[in-house]
Design a protein around this ligand. Structure first.
Ligand code: MRU
Length: 365
């Protein structure tokens, strides 16, 4: 792997974290440290969270966000909740853990990674009780499992980035949406990881970053992360994508995913579907990059993916400043579903999948 530029080797509590100088999620033994993504890029503020309910609120408020990152945070959240349970009985411990599991699993509905990580923690707890472990042992097992989830995501995103970089040629201008870098994944990144990896291979890459209304993950976070690694980035509003595609300025589009159905239909940040349709119209490849933990093979198509509907005041204003008239109604779906027919390929850590997606997805999960 090429040597990454502004990266820093770190490791706390036994997990090999991503190599960047900032960590979106860290386990500190008895609490979770989050880089508050709502305050970036203006302020780099870390929050120490010692209560799983506080973590659920932080996930809802997007202090930690991005499908893989909320999965990692959710795993640590279960460990945190488990550590606070006072009981010597395995069965009572499991009963009390249920409240932790339910609170975290439902903190955000669309990304598959969060419930998957929480369910994995729940399964491990049940197995440990069935194996006759003491409550103290179960707590230690849960902390270790959360660290495993974290380490797995870091490794998976590195593989995705390496595999996906094969699709990016030197000289490409790549358009991306939302934020899919280390901040969103705790690891290398998915779509942004592919771009960063291609850059580290010495390819000349330029990026158009969609601002990504409403909460501006593209404008605030993607540009910040790209500047840190020295990749030229031009910020555009979401509605400018067609303009630049029509003028031949975009060589490919690459986005992340929050949940992928068995047929390849993909939920991602609102606006992704529009980009995919535009890309197809202009004959531009449209790639999705995501770990297999984002795939939900129990859903036959994307129709059943739950779409998070957020507060209308996120649309009628920004950071407390109202932009729409009082009493103006606003809709606020946070994600949309791109039908698989618009997707050129899905890049996972287990390989690059193309049509027929049912088959390729069946093989990787
Ligand atoms: O609402 P967010 O900021 O959590 O939405 C994030 C996205 O839509 C990302 O594109 C997706 O989670 C993939 S992150 C690698």
């Amino acid at each position: 792997m090429p040597s990454p530029s502004p990266l820093k080797e770190r490791g706390t509590e036994g997990v090999r974290l991503n190599k960047y100088s900032y960590q979106p999620v860290e386990w500190l033994g008895d609490r979770i440290r989050l880089l508050d993504q709502t305050r970036l890029p203006g302020e780099e503020v870390y929050l120490d969270i010692a209560d799983y309910r506080e973590l659920a609120s932080a996930i809802q408020e997007l202090k930690v966000r991005g499908a893989p990152a909320i999965g990692v945070a959710g795993g640590y959240g279960v460990a945190l909740g488990a550590l606070s349970i006072e009981s010597n009985s395995g069965n009572e411990f499991i009963q009390k853990l249920q409240a932790v599991v339910d609170t975290l699993k439902n903190a955000r509905p669309t990304a598959r990674n969060l419930p998957r990580a929480v369910e994995r923690m729940e399964r491990v707890a049940n197995e440990a009780v069935a194996a006759g472990k003491s409550v103290e042992q179960i707590k230690a097992i849960l902390v270790e499992e959360a660290e495993n989830i974290h380490a797995w995501e870091v490794e998976a995103t590195e593989k995705i980035s390496r595999l996906g970089a094969e699709l990016i040629q030197s000289g490409f201008t790549v358009l991306t949406h939302c934020n899919t870098g280390p901040l969103a994944t705790t690891g290398y990144g998915t779509a942004l990881g592919v771009i960063i990896y291609a850059h580290e291979q010495g390819k000349e890459i330029k990026v158009f970053a969609d601002e990504t209304r409403r909460l501006l993950q593209g404008a605030r976070l993607t540009t910040w992360e790209l500047q840190k690694v020295g990749i030229p980035v031009t910020l555009i509003t979401d509605s400018m994508a067609g303009y630049f595609m029509g003028r031949g300025k975009v060589d490919c589009v690459i986005v992340g995913a929050d949940r992928i159905a068995a047929n390849g239909d993909t939920a991602n940040k609102i606006g992704t579907y529009t980009l995919a349709v535009l890309a197809k119209e202009h004959g531009i490849p449209f790639y999705v990059a995501a770990p297999t933990t984002t795939i939900d093979a129990t859903l036959v198509t994307g129709e059943d993916i739950p779409i998070e509907e957020r507060r209308p005041d996120e649309v009628t204003g920004f950071r407390g400043v109202r932009t729409a008239p009082e009493d103006c109604e606003a809709a606020n779906p946070s994600f949309d579903v791109t039908p698989h027919g618009y997707i050129t390929a899905i890049i996972t850590e287990r390989g690059i999948i193309r049509e027929p997606y049912e088959q390729g997805i069946g093989e990787v999960v």
